[in-house]
Design a protein around this ligand. Structure first.
Ligand code: G6P
Length: 616
């Protein structure tokens, strides 16, 4: 949930400035507080405070450290244990102020450890779980000849929970020690010169493209331009392969856009084009797996869950088997007594780090003969380690907290699997399948055209809705997923209350809220649900609802009933309709973005949210 960044170098560079920029690139992981520690002349200098990095920077220069300093660690926090105060900000130190730790994760047994350490005389300054780590290391330093790596290993034996952490010791200017369990950690390297550690690759991408991905239960010793990996439990040396990251730096930066969210919406088409290239062999393998499974579940959180709802619909159409879609946090609760054997779980996660998704599949795998197919955007993420098959969507790094381009690539990936199933089962003629493929291939152009031609219209709609705080997003069939995802975006970045709901079911309750001018957005592709949706539009219109409809290019019926119309430039045929969650959602992403701007909010940093949720 938090972000960590570290550097060790033998070059004449300002480590303060580098970690400051590095941690800023990780601010999407949490922005309750920020802190940096650097090691100079056997002393740890700490600067930290609560608030967003740029606001703190106005009060204290977080990047100003002596040039002789060759080690620095930084942290950006999403508060879990203790409020977002200066005291609770990382880095945390031991009693001697010689050991500093930055940490992302949760120490589950911190209360017991804290009590034990306190009774041994340790004094704590924060409410955090993290603070037990430097104190535990301090305990073991005495027995380990002040060896930081050995002491950290001992400390980690006592810790239950998850961590990506980095530690340094005032008396050792030659190394940083890092460790990972269930929270992400990557190492970037400029050989012979500088080594970085970070929660995510974009943090050091402008500095190096060479990186190592750490696995669970590994420890690494970082020296200037060198790194060595060890098994945390056995202490054995681990050989690791250096990876070359091909993402453009541009993709990890804001480019010419005001916000990452806007940039990433405009990257929808490119992300889809890249994802279209997922190997046919891989897809065909997944199609076979799903075809031979007796039971199929799909699970995820947030936007990924809404992508699951859309994907489940598309796969079911061609597979002819029911797919149980269950939110990951409810997976165990709902299936405790009914989880079936010979089953497959499709787990969707942009980050691959959502703890509830990881826990759901780990629980299921322990219980039954189950195979896991993971669809994620992050190579080497934790979820991939517990999976039998992994498909990586090609959205590229997504920095905006609200997921946008990763949503469309998730749905596309599931749609590609669905078409492989159609081929395998021969339930459609090759000509028909070709038409579905062509419709799928045309999705980037449809979105690009929409984004290029509709900014003015979207802003006009935003203006008319400026004063509205409550909205319904309604639809039928597959478009319920679009309504829920579009509504979620507006909720997240524009702070409005949204009910994303089935248009038919909305008359059993929600309709009682409708008064003159109440805004209702109908997602209305011309599919088999369209005729009945007309009736639902009329029900809400006749009660004074302000109708905004999202329709296909040549729509007349629902468009004529609407106060405002958003037209998606796509043909009205069954081949395109089934993929409408891909082509219709970007319009709602854009609506949410401009609604956020018109409300003077920061769409990249929605209140109380974090991009990667690693707590239950
Ligand atoms: C958080 C993010 C959402 C995301 C959800 C699931 O709530 O703010 O944007 O959809 O986590 O994350 P995942 O990485 O598993 O897709």
């Amino acid at each position: 949930m938090c972000g960590i960044f570290g550097i060790i170098t033998n070059q004449d560079i300002s480590v303060g400035k580098i970690v400051f920029e590095g941690i800023r690139r990780l601010e999407y992981r949490g922005y309750d507080s920020c802190g940096i520690v650097s090691l100079t002349d056997s002393q740890l200098i700490v600067k930290k405070d609560s608030g967003k990095i740029d606001d703190i920077q106005k009060r204290i220069d977080l990047s100003d450290f002596p040039l002789s300093s060759k080690i620095a660690l930084a942290h950006t926090r999403w508060a879990t244990h203790g409020p977002p105060t200066k005291e609770n900000s990382h880095p945390h130190l031991d009693c001697t102020s010689k050991i500093a730790v930055v940490h992302n994760g949760i120490i589950d047994n911190f209360i017991e450890l804290r009590e034990e350490l306190s009774s041994n005389g340790h004094v704590f300054k924060s409410d955090t779980d993290t603070e037990v780590i430097p104190h535990l290391i301090e305990e073991f330093m005495k027995q380990n000849n002040n060896d930081l790596k050995g002491s950290l290993r001992e400390a980690l034996k006592k810790i239950k929970g998850s961590y990506a952490l980095a530690a340094c010791y005032a008396e050792d200017p030659e190394s940083i020690i890092v460790a990972r369990k269930e929270s992400p950690l990557v190492i970037g390297i400029e050989e012979g010169k500088t080594t970085y550690c970070a929660s995510d690759i974009p943090a050091f991408l402008p500095l190096t493209r060479s990186c190592y991905i750490m696995n669970d239960n590994e420890i690494a010793v970082l020296k200037s331009g060198e790194v060595e990996f060890f098994d945390r439990k056995t202490g054995q040396f681990i050989e690791k392969e250096l990876q070359l990251i091909e993402w453009s730096i541009d993709a990890a930066e804001k480019g010419g856009y005001d916000h990452f969210m806007l940039k990433e919406i405009y990257e929808d088409p490119m992300a889809l084009m890249r994802t279209m290239k997922i190997s046919q062999r891989e897809l065909s393998l997944l199609a076979h797996m799903l075809w031979s499974a007796d039971n199929i579940y799909i699970t995820a959180a947030g936007t990924s869950f809404y992508a699951s709802l859309a994907g489940k619909f598309i796969i079911t159409k061609f597979l002819g088997k029911y797919i149980h879609a269950i939110e990951c946090s409810e997976f165990k609760n709902q299936l405790e007594n009914s989880l079936k054997d010979n089953a497959i779980i499709i787990a969707l996660s942009q980050s691959g780090e959502t703890i509830d998704t990881i826990e759901a599949i780990r629980w299921a795998k322990k219980k039954k003969n189950i195979k896991i197919i993971t669809v994620t955007n992050v190579v080497g993420s934790s979820l991939t380690r517990y999976s039998d098959k992994v498909i990586v969507t090609q959205a590229g790094p997504e920095i905006g907290v609200a997921a946008t381009k990763t949503y469309v690539t998730q749905v596309l990936t599931l749609a590609l699997i669905a078409l492989e199933i159609a081929k395998l089962r021969r339930i459609e003629t090759p000509e028909e399948i070709e038409k579905y493929y062509n419709a799928l291939k045309s999705t980037p152009q449809i979105i690009e055209k929409f984004l290029n031609e509709n900014v003015e219209l979207i802003n006009e709609i935003v203006k008319t809705l400026e004063k509205s705080v409550n909205f319904f997003f309604l639809a039928r069939g597959i478009s319920i997923a679009t309504a829920k995802e579009g509504g979620l975006k507006l909720k997240e970045v524009a702070c409005r209350f949204i009910e994303g709901y089935s248009a038919a079911h909305a008359k059993h309750g929600p309709i009682s809220l409708v008064r003159e001018g109440f805004p209702i957005i109908f997602v209305a592709p011309p599919d088999e649900t369209y005729q009945r949706l007309i009736g639902n539009v009329m029900e809400f219109k006749s009660r004074g609802g302000k109708i905004i409809s999202l329709v296909a290019e040549d729509d007349t019926k629902i468009a004529n009933l609407s106060d405002m119309v958003i037209r998606i430039p796509q043909p009205s045929d069954k081949y395109h309709n089934i993929f409408s969650p891909i082509t219709f959602t970007p319009a709602l992403q854009l609506l949410a973005y401009y609604a956020s701007i018109s409300s003077n909010l920061d769409p990249d940093k929605p209140l109380n949210l974090s991009k990667t949720v690693t707590v239950h």
